[in-house]
Design a binder for this molecule. Structure first.
Ligand SMILES: Cc1ncc(COP(=O)(O)O)c(C=O)c1O
Length: 397
Protein backbone atom coordinates (compact mmCIF):
# COMPACT_ATOMS: atom_id res chain seq x y z
CA UNK A 1 0.00 0.00 0.00
CA UNK A 2 1.53 3.38 -1.00
CA UNK A 3 1.84 5.98 1.77
CA UNK A 4 -0.44 9.02 1.95
CA UNK A 5 2.46 11.16 0.78
CA UNK A 6 3.01 9.00 -2.32
CA UNK A 7 -0.73 9.11 -3.11
CA UNK A 8 -0.76 12.93 -2.75
CA UNK A 9 2.27 13.30 -5.03
CA UNK A 10 0.71 11.06 -7.71
CA UNK A 11 -2.63 12.88 -7.45
CA UNK A 12 -0.97 16.31 -7.84
CA UNK A 13 0.93 15.09 -10.90
CA UNK A 14 -1.80 13.19 -12.73
CA UNK A 15 -5.29 14.16 -11.57
CA UNK A 16 -6.99 17.41 -12.56
CA UNK A 17 -6.87 19.56 -9.47
CA UNK A 18 -10.60 20.31 -9.08
CA UNK A 19 -10.89 19.22 -5.43
CA UNK A 20 -9.46 20.86 -2.33
CA UNK A 21 -8.76 17.49 -0.79
CA UNK A 22 -8.42 16.66 2.90
CA UNK A 23 -5.15 14.75 3.51
CA UNK A 24 -6.57 11.27 4.09
CA UNK A 25 -6.74 8.33 1.65
CA UNK A 26 -9.30 5.65 2.45
CA UNK A 27 -8.59 2.10 1.48
CA UNK A 28 -11.29 -0.05 3.09
CA UNK A 29 -14.76 0.23 4.60
CA UNK A 30 -17.26 -1.87 6.53
CA UNK A 31 -20.62 -0.56 7.70
CA UNK A 32 -20.10 2.86 9.29
CA UNK A 33 -16.32 2.34 9.53
CA UNK A 34 -13.51 3.33 7.19
CA UNK A 35 -9.77 2.66 7.32
CA UNK A 36 -7.10 4.89 5.77
CA UNK A 37 -3.78 4.14 4.08
CA UNK A 38 -1.98 4.53 7.42
CA UNK A 39 -4.20 1.95 9.13
CA UNK A 40 -6.30 4.46 11.13
CA UNK A 41 -9.99 3.71 11.75
CA UNK A 42 -12.81 6.26 11.37
CA UNK A 43 -16.55 6.52 11.94
CA UNK A 44 -17.98 7.71 8.63
CA UNK A 45 -20.73 10.20 9.43
CA UNK A 46 -20.83 11.54 5.86
CA UNK A 47 -21.35 8.31 3.84
CA UNK A 48 -19.39 9.67 0.88
CA UNK A 49 -21.72 12.59 0.60
CA UNK A 50 -24.98 10.92 1.64
CA UNK A 51 -24.27 8.03 -0.73
CA UNK A 52 -23.49 4.82 1.17
CA UNK A 53 -26.79 4.76 3.05
CA UNK A 54 -26.50 1.03 3.75
CA UNK A 55 -22.90 1.40 4.92
CA UNK A 56 -19.67 0.40 3.22
CA UNK A 57 -19.15 -3.02 1.66
CA UNK A 58 -22.69 -4.19 2.38
CA UNK A 59 -22.51 -7.99 1.90
CA UNK A 60 -25.83 -8.31 0.02
CA UNK A 61 -24.97 -5.48 -2.38
CA UNK A 62 -21.50 -6.96 -2.85
CA UNK A 63 -22.98 -10.40 -3.62
CA UNK A 64 -25.48 -8.93 -6.09
CA UNK A 65 -22.71 -7.01 -7.84
CA UNK A 66 -20.38 -10.00 -8.03
CA UNK A 67 -23.16 -12.23 -9.33
CA UNK A 68 -24.23 -9.69 -11.96
CA UNK A 69 -20.62 -9.01 -12.98
CA UNK A 70 -20.27 -12.69 -13.84
CA UNK A 71 -23.48 -12.62 -15.89
CA UNK A 72 -23.75 -9.32 -17.77
CA UNK A 73 -22.32 -5.91 -16.89
CA UNK A 74 -23.39 -3.86 -19.87
CA UNK A 75 -25.56 -3.84 -22.94
CA UNK A 76 -26.37 -0.88 -25.14
CA UNK A 77 -29.63 0.96 -24.66
CA UNK A 78 -30.29 0.15 -28.31
CA UNK A 79 -31.49 -3.17 -26.85
CA UNK A 80 -33.68 -4.21 -23.93
CA UNK A 81 -32.41 -5.48 -20.61
CA UNK A 82 -34.79 -6.95 -18.04
CA UNK A 83 -33.34 -5.23 -14.98
CA UNK A 84 -34.02 -1.67 -16.17
CA UNK A 85 -37.83 -1.90 -16.33
CA UNK A 86 -37.84 -3.99 -13.13
CA UNK A 87 -35.99 -1.22 -11.29
CA UNK A 88 -38.13 1.49 -12.91
CA UNK A 89 -41.29 -0.28 -11.73
CA UNK A 90 -39.92 -0.56 -8.19
CA UNK A 91 -39.11 3.15 -8.07
CA UNK A 92 -42.46 4.03 -9.60
CA UNK A 93 -44.18 1.99 -6.89
CA UNK A 94 -42.32 3.88 -4.17
CA UNK A 95 -43.31 7.15 -5.81
CA UNK A 96 -47.00 6.28 -5.91
CA UNK A 97 -47.25 4.84 -9.43
CA UNK A 98 -48.29 6.26 -12.77
CA UNK A 99 -44.82 7.37 -13.84
CA UNK A 100 -41.84 6.37 -15.95
CA UNK A 101 -38.10 6.55 -15.30
CA UNK A 102 -34.96 7.51 -17.24
CA UNK A 103 -31.64 6.23 -15.90
CA UNK A 104 -28.32 8.05 -15.93
CA UNK A 105 -25.21 7.77 -13.83
CA UNK A 106 -25.24 10.65 -11.36
CA UNK A 107 -27.33 13.31 -9.68
CA UNK A 108 -26.37 15.92 -12.23
CA UNK A 109 -27.44 13.61 -15.06
CA UNK A 110 -30.75 12.87 -13.35
CA UNK A 111 -31.35 16.63 -13.07
CA UNK A 112 -30.13 17.31 -16.60
CA UNK A 113 -32.75 14.83 -17.78
CA UNK A 114 -35.41 16.61 -15.69
CA UNK A 115 -34.42 20.00 -17.15
CA UNK A 116 -34.45 18.75 -20.74
CA UNK A 117 -37.78 17.04 -20.12
CA UNK A 118 -39.21 20.28 -18.68
CA UNK A 119 -38.08 22.19 -21.79
CA UNK A 120 -39.67 19.66 -24.12
CA UNK A 121 -42.84 19.66 -22.03
CA UNK A 122 -42.89 23.47 -21.90
CA UNK A 123 -42.53 23.74 -25.67
CA UNK A 124 -45.42 21.32 -26.14
CA UNK A 125 -47.54 23.15 -23.53
CA UNK A 126 -47.15 26.79 -24.50
CA UNK A 127 -44.56 27.10 -27.24
CA UNK A 128 -40.82 27.62 -27.62
CA UNK A 129 -40.69 30.65 -25.28
CA UNK A 130 -41.77 28.50 -22.35
CA UNK A 131 -38.38 27.19 -21.21
CA UNK A 132 -37.58 29.06 -17.99
CA UNK A 133 -36.86 27.12 -14.80
CA UNK A 134 -37.10 28.68 -11.36
CA UNK A 135 -34.96 27.33 -8.54
CA UNK A 136 -33.82 28.56 -5.15
CA UNK A 137 -30.80 30.46 -3.96
CA UNK A 138 -28.41 28.20 -2.03
CA UNK A 139 -29.72 25.17 -3.93
CA UNK A 140 -27.37 22.61 -5.44
CA UNK A 141 -28.36 20.66 -8.52
CA UNK A 142 -25.05 19.60 -10.09
CA UNK A 143 -22.03 20.77 -12.06
CA UNK A 144 -22.97 20.26 -15.71
CA UNK A 145 -23.67 23.57 -17.45
CA UNK A 146 -27.47 23.33 -17.16
CA UNK A 147 -27.52 21.97 -13.61
CA UNK A 148 -24.94 24.58 -12.61
CA UNK A 149 -27.24 27.21 -14.11
CA UNK A 150 -30.06 25.83 -11.93
CA UNK A 151 -27.79 25.79 -8.87
CA UNK A 152 -28.47 28.94 -6.85
CA UNK A 153 -24.87 29.68 -5.90
CA UNK A 154 -23.52 32.57 -8.01
CA UNK A 155 -19.90 32.02 -6.89
CA UNK A 156 -19.92 28.51 -8.42
CA UNK A 157 -21.41 29.86 -11.67
CA UNK A 158 -19.14 32.86 -12.16
CA UNK A 159 -16.08 31.13 -13.73
CA UNK A 160 -18.30 29.43 -16.36
CA UNK A 161 -20.33 32.31 -17.73
CA UNK A 162 -22.16 32.47 -20.02
CA UNK A 163 -24.39 29.65 -18.76
CA UNK A 164 -27.46 28.33 -20.63
CA UNK A 165 -30.28 30.86 -20.50
CA UNK A 166 -33.65 30.56 -18.84
CA UNK A 167 -32.57 29.82 -15.25
CA UNK A 168 -33.74 32.21 -12.53
CA UNK A 169 -33.48 32.02 -8.74
CA UNK A 170 -35.69 33.05 -5.85
CA UNK A 171 -35.10 32.97 -2.07
CA UNK A 172 -35.83 29.49 -0.65
CA UNK A 173 -39.00 29.55 1.42
CA UNK A 174 -40.39 32.81 0.00
CA UNK A 175 -43.71 31.96 -1.69
CA UNK A 176 -44.37 35.58 -2.72
CA UNK A 177 -41.02 35.81 -4.55
CA UNK A 178 -41.77 32.60 -6.41
CA UNK A 179 -45.25 33.75 -7.35
CA UNK A 180 -43.86 37.06 -8.65
CA UNK A 181 -41.25 35.26 -10.77
CA UNK A 182 -43.70 32.75 -12.20
CA UNK A 183 -44.57 34.28 -15.56
CA UNK A 184 -45.73 32.57 -18.75
CA UNK A 185 -42.12 31.67 -19.69
CA UNK A 186 -41.78 29.32 -16.71
CA UNK A 187 -42.14 25.62 -17.48
CA UNK A 188 -40.87 24.26 -14.15
CA UNK A 189 -39.79 24.90 -10.59
CA UNK A 190 -36.92 22.81 -9.24
CA UNK A 191 -36.39 22.51 -5.46
CA UNK A 192 -34.84 20.32 -2.78
CA UNK A 193 -36.95 19.36 0.25
CA UNK A 194 -33.84 19.98 2.35
CA UNK A 195 -31.04 21.97 0.75
CA UNK A 196 -28.13 19.66 1.48
CA UNK A 197 -25.06 21.34 -0.02
CA UNK A 198 -26.53 24.80 0.68
CA UNK A 199 -26.19 24.30 4.45
CA UNK A 200 -28.81 21.68 5.44
CA UNK A 201 -31.82 24.00 5.13
CA UNK A 202 -35.20 22.24 5.33
CA UNK A 203 -38.10 23.80 3.45
CA UNK A 204 -40.17 25.86 5.91
CA UNK A 205 -43.53 24.35 6.92
CA UNK A 206 -46.13 24.85 4.22
CA UNK A 207 -43.65 26.04 1.58
CA UNK A 208 -43.61 22.94 -0.62
CA UNK A 209 -47.43 22.74 -0.49
CA UNK A 210 -47.67 26.40 -1.57
CA UNK A 211 -45.18 25.85 -4.41
CA UNK A 212 -47.04 22.75 -5.52
CA UNK A 213 -50.31 24.72 -5.52
CA UNK A 214 -48.75 27.51 -7.56
CA UNK A 215 -47.31 25.05 -10.08
CA UNK A 216 -50.73 23.41 -10.47
CA UNK A 217 -52.43 26.81 -10.88
CA UNK A 218 -49.94 28.01 -13.52
CA UNK A 219 -49.60 24.58 -15.19
CA UNK A 220 -45.86 24.41 -14.49
CA UNK A 221 -43.96 21.28 -13.46
CA UNK A 222 -42.77 20.79 -9.91
CA UNK A 223 -39.40 19.01 -9.99
CA UNK A 224 -38.18 17.67 -6.64
CA UNK A 225 -34.44 17.10 -6.54
CA UNK A 226 -34.22 14.14 -4.17
CA UNK A 227 -30.64 13.30 -5.11
CA UNK A 228 -29.46 13.87 -1.52
CA UNK A 229 -32.74 13.55 0.40
CA UNK A 230 -34.20 10.53 -1.39
CA UNK A 231 -34.40 6.87 -0.37
CA UNK A 232 -34.81 7.11 3.38
CA UNK A 233 -32.25 9.78 4.23
CA UNK A 234 -34.80 12.12 5.85
CA UNK A 235 -36.66 9.39 7.74
CA UNK A 236 -39.20 8.87 4.94
CA UNK A 237 -38.66 7.39 1.52
CA UNK A 238 -38.53 10.86 -0.04
CA UNK A 239 -37.97 14.29 1.47
CA UNK A 240 -41.08 15.69 -0.19
CA UNK A 241 -43.17 13.20 1.82
CA UNK A 242 -42.72 15.49 4.83
CA UNK A 243 -45.07 17.81 2.94
CA UNK A 244 -48.47 16.95 1.55
CA UNK A 245 -47.49 17.07 -2.13
CA UNK A 246 -46.87 14.89 -5.14
CA UNK A 247 -44.24 16.32 -7.53
CA UNK A 248 -44.43 15.91 -11.31
CA UNK A 249 -40.78 14.96 -11.58
CA UNK A 250 -38.43 13.43 -8.98
CA UNK A 251 -34.69 12.96 -9.39
CA UNK A 252 -32.59 10.41 -7.50
CA UNK A 253 -28.96 9.26 -7.39
CA UNK A 254 -26.51 9.02 -4.46
CA UNK A 255 -28.04 6.27 -2.26
CA UNK A 256 -29.69 4.44 -5.15
CA UNK A 257 -26.61 2.32 -5.88
CA UNK A 258 -25.07 2.60 -2.38
CA UNK A 259 -21.97 3.93 -4.15
CA UNK A 260 -22.36 2.27 -7.56
CA UNK A 261 -23.00 5.18 -9.97
CA UNK A 262 -26.65 5.41 -10.97
CA UNK A 263 -29.10 8.29 -11.28
CA UNK A 264 -32.81 8.26 -12.06
CA UNK A 265 -35.33 10.80 -13.25
CA UNK A 266 -38.95 9.81 -12.59
CA UNK A 267 -41.83 11.73 -14.19
CA UNK A 268 -45.59 11.38 -14.31
CA UNK A 269 -46.39 9.43 -17.46
CA UNK A 270 -48.06 12.41 -19.22
CA UNK A 271 -44.93 14.46 -18.55
CA UNK A 272 -42.56 11.64 -19.52
CA UNK A 273 -44.46 11.43 -22.82
CA UNK A 274 -42.92 14.77 -23.85
CA UNK A 275 -39.77 12.79 -24.73
CA UNK A 276 -39.72 10.85 -27.99
CA UNK A 277 -37.13 8.21 -28.94
CA UNK A 278 -33.88 10.02 -29.72
CA UNK A 279 -34.54 12.99 -27.43
CA UNK A 280 -32.31 11.82 -24.60
CA UNK A 281 -29.84 9.00 -23.98
CA UNK A 282 -26.97 7.70 -21.90
CA UNK A 283 -24.49 4.98 -22.86
CA UNK A 284 -24.24 3.56 -19.35
CA UNK A 285 -27.63 4.63 -17.98
CA UNK A 286 -29.61 1.75 -16.47
CA UNK A 287 -27.06 -0.86 -17.43
CA UNK A 288 -27.47 -4.27 -15.79
CA UNK A 289 -24.68 -3.89 -13.20
CA UNK A 290 -25.94 -0.59 -11.78
CA UNK A 291 -29.59 -1.62 -11.98
CA UNK A 292 -28.83 -4.85 -10.13
CA UNK A 293 -27.05 -2.89 -7.38
CA UNK A 294 -30.03 -0.54 -7.07
CA UNK A 295 -32.49 -3.44 -6.89
CA UNK A 296 -30.42 -4.99 -4.10
CA UNK A 297 -30.40 -1.61 -2.31
CA UNK A 298 -34.19 -1.34 -2.53
CA UNK A 299 -34.60 -4.96 -1.33
CA UNK A 300 -32.56 -4.25 1.80
CA UNK A 301 -34.15 -0.84 2.39
CA UNK A 302 -37.68 -2.23 2.19
CA UNK A 303 -36.97 -5.38 4.20
CA UNK A 304 -35.15 -3.55 7.00
CA UNK A 305 -37.42 -0.46 7.04
CA UNK A 306 -34.41 1.77 6.47
CA UNK A 307 -36.45 5.02 6.37
CA UNK A 308 -37.91 4.14 9.80
CA UNK A 309 -34.44 3.41 11.14
CA UNK A 310 -33.20 6.76 9.81
CA UNK A 311 -36.06 8.53 11.53
CA UNK A 312 -35.33 6.82 14.84
CA UNK A 313 -31.54 7.20 14.68
CA UNK A 314 -31.90 10.78 13.43
CA UNK A 315 -33.78 11.76 16.57
CA UNK A 316 -31.05 10.32 18.80
CA UNK A 317 -28.33 12.10 16.81
CA UNK A 318 -30.22 15.42 16.68
CA UNK A 319 -30.95 15.31 20.43
CA UNK A 320 -27.30 14.60 21.18
CA UNK A 321 -26.03 17.33 18.84
CA UNK A 322 -28.32 19.89 20.45
CA UNK A 323 -26.59 19.22 23.79
CA UNK A 324 -23.02 19.54 22.44
CA UNK A 325 -21.06 22.57 23.65
CA UNK A 326 -21.22 25.51 21.22
CA UNK A 327 -24.19 24.18 19.22
CA UNK A 328 -26.93 26.81 18.92
CA UNK A 329 -29.37 24.83 16.76
CA UNK A 330 -29.73 21.60 14.81
CA UNK A 331 -31.34 21.71 11.35
CA UNK A 332 -32.46 18.96 9.03
CA UNK A 333 -34.56 15.82 8.86
CA UNK A 334 -33.81 12.19 9.68
CA UNK A 335 -30.11 11.54 9.20
CA UNK A 336 -29.37 14.67 7.18
CA UNK A 337 -28.49 17.10 9.95
CA UNK A 338 -26.58 20.34 10.31
CA UNK A 339 -25.29 21.46 13.71
CA UNK A 340 -25.08 25.24 13.74
CA UNK A 341 -22.26 26.52 15.95
CA UNK A 342 -22.12 29.77 17.90
CA UNK A 343 -19.01 30.82 15.92
CA UNK A 344 -17.78 30.31 12.33
CA UNK A 345 -15.47 27.43 13.30
CA UNK A 346 -17.09 24.53 11.42
CA UNK A 347 -13.85 23.98 9.43
CA UNK A 348 -11.60 23.61 12.49
CA UNK A 349 -14.26 21.51 14.24
CA UNK A 350 -14.53 19.12 11.27
CA UNK A 351 -10.70 18.85 11.21
CA UNK A 352 -10.59 18.12 14.94
CA UNK A 353 -13.29 15.47 14.47
CA UNK A 354 -11.22 13.85 11.72
CA UNK A 355 -8.22 13.86 14.04
CA UNK A 356 -10.40 12.11 16.61
CA UNK A 357 -11.59 9.50 14.07
CA UNK A 358 -14.92 10.99 13.00
CA UNK A 359 -15.75 12.04 9.43
CA UNK A 360 -18.12 15.02 9.11
CA UNK A 361 -17.94 18.14 6.97
CA UNK A 362 -18.21 21.89 7.27
CA UNK A 363 -21.17 22.59 4.97
CA UNK A 364 -21.15 26.29 5.93
CA UNK A 365 -18.66 28.36 7.94
CA UNK A 366 -20.78 27.84 11.08
CA UNK A 367 -22.48 24.51 10.28
CA UNK A 368 -21.20 20.93 10.49
CA UNK A 369 -23.09 18.36 8.42
CA UNK A 370 -23.89 14.82 9.58
CA UNK A 371 -25.11 12.21 7.10
CA UNK A 372 -24.12 8.79 8.44
CA UNK A 373 -25.25 5.50 6.92
CA UNK A 374 -28.92 4.93 7.72
CA UNK A 375 -27.82 1.65 9.30
CA UNK A 376 -25.77 3.51 11.94
CA UNK A 377 -26.02 1.97 15.43
CA UNK A 378 -26.81 3.74 18.70
CA UNK A 379 -23.31 3.01 19.99
CA UNK A 380 -21.80 4.57 16.88
CA UNK A 381 -23.97 7.66 17.33
CA UNK A 382 -22.88 7.96 20.95
CA UNK A 383 -19.20 7.60 20.01
CA UNK A 384 -19.58 10.25 17.29
CA UNK A 385 -21.26 12.62 19.73
CA UNK A 386 -18.39 12.20 22.17
CA UNK A 387 -15.77 13.06 19.52
CA UNK A 388 -17.84 15.99 18.21
CA UNK A 389 -18.43 17.35 21.73
CA UNK A 390 -14.70 17.28 22.45
CA UNK A 391 -14.01 19.12 19.17
CA UNK A 392 -16.59 21.87 19.73
CA UNK A 393 -15.53 22.36 23.36
CA UNK A 394 -11.94 22.96 22.27
CA UNK A 395 -12.85 25.18 19.31
CA UNK A 396 -15.42 27.36 21.05
CA UNK A 397 -14.22 27.67 24.67
C1 LIG B 1 -29.45 17.85 -4.25
C2 LIG B 1 -28.36 17.46 -5.18
N1 LIG B 1 -28.60 17.45 -6.50
C3 LIG B 1 -27.65 17.10 -7.37
C4 LIG B 1 -26.39 16.74 -6.96
C5 LIG B 1 -25.35 16.37 -7.96
O1 LIG B 1 -25.09 15.01 -7.92
P1 LIG B 1 -23.79 14.38 -8.61
O2 LIG B 1 -22.61 14.91 -7.86
O3 LIG B 1 -23.98 12.90 -8.48
O4 LIG B 1 -23.79 14.83 -10.02
C6 LIG B 1 -26.09 16.74 -5.59
C7 LIG B 1 -24.74 16.39 -5.12
O5 LIG B 1 -24.34 16.67 -4.02
C8 LIG B 1 -27.11 17.11 -4.68
O6 LIG B 1 -26.88 17.13 -3.37
Amino acid sequence: MPSLEDIQTADAAHVMQTYGRIPVAFVRGEGTRLWDSEGREYLDFLSGLAVTSLGHAHPEIADALADQARQLVHVSNLYYNDLQPTLAARLDGLLGGGGRVFFGNSGAEANECALKLARRWGTLHGGPARFHVLSAFRSFHGRTLATLAATGQPEKQEPFQPLPEGFRHVPFGDVGALEAAMDERVCAVMLEAVQGEGGVNPAPAGYLEAVSGLCAERDALFICDEVQTGLGRTGRWFGFEHADIRPDVVTLAKALGNGVPIGACWARAEVADAFSPGDHASTFGGQPLAARAALAVLDVMERDDIPGRADHAGKRLADGLALAPGVVSVRGLGLLLGAQLSAPVAGPVASACLGGGLIVNAVAPDTVRFAPPLTVTEDEIDSALEIFGRATREAIS
